[in-house]
Ligand binder design. Structure first.
Ligand code: PRP
Ligand code: URA
Length: 207
């Protein structure tokens, strides 16, 4: 199921991201803020556990998300600010890393690094800002599914209708939380209007 955020603050931050004047620090900061909004929406029905903590008045049983039941998987490079943002909210969550690069001629993603932790029985939050053709997301989901998580949720900033359809058809059980669904892909498979190359915008590279 695809859940597009509708909050006006979300749309305002997406507009900030599209603005070419936004430097890399503010670009990554805005990605991180949007990620927090996505986490709140995506985990709105997450079960709470009980935990004993020491407060200023003594021992108290409190409610908490079992953070260690969550694995946050990022796709390098553009997903790094999203991972950092989720880990700020859920510091006990476990991080996993995949590195993929789209071949700019074939537009297909190529996996070049896999450092997934054990995902068995856990909730996986897969974070990647862009869903263009959907190829990177499909490859990442295939790998993650093979590690037997109990549930997979993706957090994305901008997607194309085509790419999201591809992911939804291949993995209908996956919940996709996204800040903005854009119009289309151009001939180079970039999202229109999109924001350009999220990895390059984040780290001042031009390819
Ligand atoms: C971007 C983005 C996704 C991918 C989406 O990464 O972070 O992983 O493109 O495109 P797709 O849906 O067509 O597969 P990119 O390959 O630009 O690598 P980078 O993060 O290192 O810049
Ligand atoms: N990757 C990006 O970073 N941007 C796009 O528009 C497509 C793929």
């Amino acid at each position: 199921m695809i859940h597009e955020l509708t909050n006006p603050v979300t749309k305002t931050l997406v507009t900030h991201l599209r603005d070419q004047r936004r430097d890399s620090v503010r670009f990554r900061h805005t990605i991180a803020e949007l990620t927090k909004q996505l986490v709140y929406e995506a985990l709105h029905d997450f079960a709470l556990s009980k935990k004993n903590i020491t407060t200023w008045t003594g021992e108290l049983e409190c409610k908490t998300i079992d953070e260690e039941s969550i694995v946050v998987v990022t796709v390098l490079r553009a997903g790094i600010p999203m991972l950092d943002s989720v880990m700020e909210l859920l510091p006990e969550a476990i991080a996993g890393f995949l590195a993929m690069k789209r071949d700019e001629n074939t537009h297909e993603s190529v996996l070049y690094y896999d450092r997934l932790p054990s995902c068995k029985g856990k909730t996986v939050l897969l974070v990647d800002p862009m869903v263009a053709t959907g190829g990177s997301m499909i490859d990442a989901l295939k790998l993650i599914k093979s590690r037997e998580p109990s549930r997979i949720i993706t957090l994305n900033i901008i997607g194309s209708p085509q790419g999201l359809d591809v992911v939804k058809s291949a993995y209908p059980e996956v919940d996709i939380y996204i800040a903005q669904i854009d119009e289309k892909l151009n001939d180079d498979k970039y999202i229109i209007p999109g924001l350009g190359d999220a990895g390059d915008r984040s780290y001042n590279t031009v390819e």
